[in-house]
Design a protein around this ligand. Structure first.
Ligand code: FES
Length: 145
Protein backbone atom coordinates (compact mmCIF):
# COMPACT_ATOMS: atom_id res chain seq x y z
CA UNK A 1 0.00 0.00 0.00
CA UNK A 2 2.98 2.30 0.39
CA UNK A 3 5.26 3.21 -2.51
CA UNK A 4 8.90 2.19 -2.48
CA UNK A 5 9.91 5.78 -1.95
CA UNK A 6 7.70 6.10 1.11
CA UNK A 7 9.17 2.92 2.53
CA UNK A 8 12.67 4.16 1.78
CA UNK A 9 12.17 7.51 3.49
CA UNK A 10 10.41 5.82 6.39
CA UNK A 11 13.15 3.25 6.96
CA UNK A 12 15.98 5.64 6.25
CA UNK A 13 14.75 9.16 6.96
CA UNK A 14 16.95 12.06 5.82
CA UNK A 15 17.79 15.09 7.95
CA UNK A 16 16.63 13.76 11.30
CA UNK A 17 17.82 15.74 14.29
CA UNK A 18 17.93 19.31 15.46
CA UNK A 19 19.89 22.45 14.70
CA UNK A 20 21.30 24.41 17.57
CA UNK A 21 20.54 28.12 17.33
CA UNK A 22 18.41 27.52 14.25
CA UNK A 23 17.19 30.53 12.27
CA UNK A 24 13.65 29.27 12.67
CA UNK A 25 11.91 26.46 14.49
CA UNK A 26 8.34 25.35 13.88
CA UNK A 27 6.27 22.80 15.75
CA UNK A 28 2.85 21.60 14.76
CA UNK A 29 0.59 18.85 15.95
CA UNK A 30 -2.48 17.03 14.83
CA UNK A 31 -5.02 16.85 17.60
CA UNK A 32 -6.76 13.78 16.17
CA UNK A 33 -3.84 11.39 16.00
CA UNK A 34 -1.70 13.25 18.54
CA UNK A 35 1.33 13.29 16.26
CA UNK A 36 3.83 16.14 16.50
CA UNK A 37 6.37 17.48 14.04
CA UNK A 38 9.21 19.95 14.60
CA UNK A 39 11.30 21.49 11.83
CA UNK A 40 14.52 23.45 12.24
CA UNK A 41 15.77 25.75 9.48
CA UNK A 42 19.14 27.35 9.04
CA UNK A 43 18.80 30.33 6.70
CA UNK A 44 21.80 32.30 5.48
CA UNK A 45 22.10 36.07 4.82
CA UNK A 46 21.03 35.56 1.21
CA UNK A 47 17.79 33.92 2.33
CA UNK A 48 18.83 30.44 1.26
CA UNK A 49 18.00 27.45 3.43
CA UNK A 50 21.43 26.05 4.17
CA UNK A 51 20.30 23.29 6.44
CA UNK A 52 17.13 21.70 7.69
CA UNK A 53 16.40 19.03 10.26
CA UNK A 54 13.28 17.48 11.66
CA UNK A 55 12.08 15.56 14.63
CA UNK A 56 8.80 13.83 14.83
CA UNK A 57 6.67 12.01 17.24
CA UNK A 58 4.52 10.66 14.50
CA UNK A 59 3.46 7.86 12.23
CA UNK A 60 5.45 6.33 9.39
CA UNK A 61 3.81 8.50 6.74
CA UNK A 62 4.65 11.60 8.77
CA UNK A 63 8.29 10.48 8.98
CA UNK A 64 8.46 9.79 5.23
CA UNK A 65 6.80 13.06 4.21
CA UNK A 66 8.95 15.11 6.55
CA UNK A 67 12.08 13.41 5.30
CA UNK A 68 11.11 14.17 1.70
CA UNK A 69 10.01 17.72 2.57
CA UNK A 70 13.38 18.47 4.17
CA UNK A 71 15.11 17.18 1.05
CA UNK A 72 12.97 19.45 -1.10
CA UNK A 73 13.56 22.65 0.90
CA UNK A 74 17.30 22.23 1.39
CA UNK A 75 19.24 24.73 -0.72
CA UNK A 76 16.07 26.58 -1.72
CA UNK A 77 15.11 30.20 -1.16
CA UNK A 78 12.52 31.10 1.46
CA UNK A 79 9.98 31.78 -1.27
CA UNK A 80 10.62 28.46 -2.96
CA UNK A 81 10.30 26.65 0.36
CA UNK A 82 7.03 28.40 1.02
CA UNK A 83 5.67 27.15 -2.27
CA UNK A 84 6.40 23.50 -1.53
CA UNK A 85 3.00 22.05 -0.77
CA UNK A 86 2.13 18.75 0.79
CA UNK A 87 0.88 17.71 -2.65
CA UNK A 88 4.34 18.28 -4.10
CA UNK A 89 5.83 16.23 -1.28
CA UNK A 90 3.35 13.44 -1.90
CA UNK A 91 4.09 13.47 -5.60
CA UNK A 92 7.79 13.23 -4.87
CA UNK A 93 6.99 10.16 -2.80
CA UNK A 94 4.86 8.59 -5.56
CA UNK A 95 1.71 9.09 -3.54
CA UNK A 96 0.25 8.24 -0.15
CA UNK A 97 -2.84 6.25 0.77
CA UNK A 98 -5.85 8.54 1.18
CA UNK A 99 -6.10 7.95 4.92
CA UNK A 100 -2.54 9.21 5.30
CA UNK A 101 -2.81 12.43 3.34
CA UNK A 102 -3.29 14.47 6.50
CA UNK A 103 0.11 13.26 7.73
CA UNK A 104 1.81 15.10 4.88
CA UNK A 105 0.26 18.34 6.08
CA UNK A 106 2.30 18.19 9.27
CA UNK A 107 5.53 18.70 7.32
CA UNK A 108 4.16 21.54 5.22
CA UNK A 109 2.76 23.34 8.25
CA UNK A 110 5.91 22.79 10.30
CA UNK A 111 7.98 24.38 7.53
CA UNK A 112 5.62 27.34 7.46
CA UNK A 113 5.78 27.60 11.24
CA UNK A 114 9.60 27.60 11.13
CA UNK A 115 9.57 30.30 8.44
CA UNK A 116 7.16 32.31 10.56
CA UNK A 117 9.48 31.98 13.54
CA UNK A 118 12.40 33.15 11.39
CA UNK A 119 10.40 36.12 10.08
CA UNK A 120 9.29 37.09 13.58
CA UNK A 121 12.80 36.86 15.01
CA UNK A 122 14.20 39.00 12.20
CA UNK A 123 11.27 41.35 12.02
CA UNK A 124 10.65 40.73 8.33
CA UNK A 125 7.58 39.91 6.32
CA UNK A 126 7.59 36.91 4.03
CA UNK A 127 5.25 37.46 1.10
CA UNK A 128 2.42 34.92 1.13
CA UNK A 129 3.20 33.49 4.57
CA UNK A 130 0.30 33.46 6.97
CA UNK A 131 0.42 32.86 10.68
CA UNK A 132 0.65 29.08 10.87
CA UNK A 133 -1.74 26.86 12.70
CA UNK A 134 -0.19 24.98 15.53
CA UNK A 135 -2.86 22.33 15.34
CA UNK A 136 -3.94 21.08 11.96
CA UNK A 137 -6.65 18.74 13.27
CA UNK A 138 -9.52 21.17 12.83
CA UNK A 139 -8.96 21.85 9.15
CA UNK A 140 -8.51 18.30 8.08
CA UNK A 141 -12.15 17.59 7.37
CA UNK A 142 -12.49 20.50 5.00
CA UNK A 143 -9.66 19.48 2.72
CA UNK A 144 -10.79 17.90 -0.51
CA UNK A 145 -8.39 16.10 -2.74
FE1 FES B 1 -0.88 11.25 12.63
FE2 FES B 1 0.05 10.25 10.44
S1 FES B 1 -1.43 9.38 11.72
S2 FES B 1 0.51 12.13 11.32
Amino acid sequence: MYSEKVMDHFSNPRNVGEIENASGVGTVGNAKCGDIMRIYLDINESGIIDDVKFKTFGCGAAVATSSMATELVKGKTIQEALNITNKAVMEALDGLPKAKIHCSLLAEEAIHAALWDYATKNNIKIEGLEKPKTDIGEEEEEINY
